[in-house]
Design a binder for this molecule. Structure first.
Ligand code: GLV
Ligand code: MN
Ligand code: MN
Length: 409
């Protein structure tokens, strides 16, 4: 069976018009916003036009299956169509539209399969508006209750349940959802490895652990001109030192350890006022759980020391915490063997980014396929993957999904 690359590319292009960031190739479709709704509506239309059985669950996950009985026992593809506020057009979207293309091409070829095929898009994979990331797929596998998801408050003060209701995606399908026979997610790498090494396909062995912490430093707001340096209790000074400490922890630990301060908010945020409080996030990731714990410990030690020195109060809360995940060796081997058969160059690798597949791996054999990201740029409107890589990845997804319909566990 051969997928239709032109149709795939046209759909990627059409979906990217929704929430398009002017003057760029990028998209802004934060979870449960109006543009997310528009994107959902478009993809749902494509699903229903194919005659698939489409369900929406209580947290807005959408699953389309070739079987009227739904996705239980199906070979499922999927990913997400929400983006970070300044995202690209491929992150997540590729995995969903590629899954749809595999199904459309299979139906057109009239191939008889032992099992249904399914494609899903999971709610709020990015977690930028509402933590944690992979929220929809986590709920789909029962890792978080629907009630807890619906009451999560976002960075903008809105609440998941209200926004889901508002955009019309609080569905009736059961959550946790149907357990597939196998799950494969095609995704852009979002890092530089494949592009640097001119390798066509990344065979993903697992996903590194993720730890997100929000830190709030509460000091003493005061006059910028009259307050002597020695008498300040400045939460911004603490935040700045913590940002530098987080970076040093990562560089000192080395290996796959990374640390990012991606958000910092000051109050009242005025030129001539020592801030009253500073709120920042720290994102720590490592493929090794023990080392990730070490990094978390070191970070909290530094936070306490720095804050004590400035006599600033610390409040911290975990926004997301996921251990590293290893994918099913049988699925990984299957993807690798099929890619090699096709003459594609391959490389085994871990994923640096979080993915829905790491959640679905809790309930069924799961794997991922990566295609190259130009210069490793992602979570950026400039994110780019060449057409031929998008098409080759989708054909490999098709080959893998069809092969997995024949495998019994
Ligand atoms: C999700 O895309 C993440 O890795 O932050
Ligand atoms: Mn993604
Ligand atoms: Mn992303």
């Amino acid at each position: 069976m051969t997928i239709n690359g032109t149709r795939l590319l046209a759909r990627i292009q059409e979906l990217a018009q929704i929430g398009a960031i002017e003057g760029t190739q990028g998209c802004s479709r934060l979870a449960f916003t109006d543009s997310d709704r528009e994107g959902r509506d478009l993809v749902m239309t494509w699903m229903t036009d194919l005659g698939l059985t489409v369900t929406v669950d209580a947290v807005g996950n959408v699953v389309a299956s070739t079987s009227s009985a739904g996705a239980t026992g199906a070979v499922m593809a999927g990913s997400h169509i929400d983006t970070v506020g300044t995202g690209g057009r491929f992150d997540g979207n590729l995995g969903v539209l590629a899954g749809l293309e595999v199904i459309e091409a299979t139906l057109a070829a009239d191939i008889e399969l032992n099992r249904p095929l399914a494609v899903a898009f999971f709610s709020n994979e990015e977690g930028s508006r509402y933590p944690p990331d992979m929220m929809g797929s986590l709920a789909y596998v029962g890792g978080m209750s629907v009630e807890s998801v619906l009451e999560i408050e976002g960075a903008d003060g809105t609440v998941v349940g209200d926004e889901l209701e508002r955009i019309g995606y609080r569905g009736a399908a059961p959550c946790p959802g149907a357990v597939p026979h196998a799950f494969v997610e095609l995704h852009i790498e979002q890092g530089p490895v494949l592009d640097n090494e001119a390798v066509q396909i990344g065979v993903v062995e697992g996903v590194q652990g993720i730890s997100w912490t929000e830190l709030k430093f509460i000091g003493q707001s005061n006059h910028a001109g009259t307050t002597p340096m020695s008498l300040r209790r400045d939460p911004m000074a603490v935040a700045a030192e913590v940002a530098v400490a987080a970076r040093s922890i990562a560089t000192d630990l080395g290996g796959t350890q990374v640390a990012t301060v991606g958000s910092l908010t000051l109050h009242p945020n005025l030129v001539n006022v020592v801030p009253a409080h500073a709120t920042m996030t720290v994102d720590l990731r490592n493929t090794d759980e023990t080392l990730l714990r070490q990094a978390e410990q070191q970070l909290m030690n530094s936070v306490q020391q720095i804050a004590d020195r400035e006599d600033v109060i610390v409040e911290s809360r975990s926004l997301a915490r996921f251990e590293p995940v290893e994918f099913d060796e049988r699925v990984v081997d299957c993807i690798e063997a099929l890619a090699k058969q096709k003459g594609l160059s391959t490389r085994r690798m871990p994923s640096g980014a979080g993915h829905d597949a790491q959640m679905i791996a809790r309930v069924c054999p799961t794997g991922m396929i990566f295609v190259p990201s130009l210069d490793g740029v992602s979570h950026n409107p400039a994110e780019h993957t060449d057409d031929e890589d998008l098409v080759a990845g989708t054909q490999l997804l098709a080959d893998a999904m069809l092969a997995l319909t024949e495998v019994t566990w």
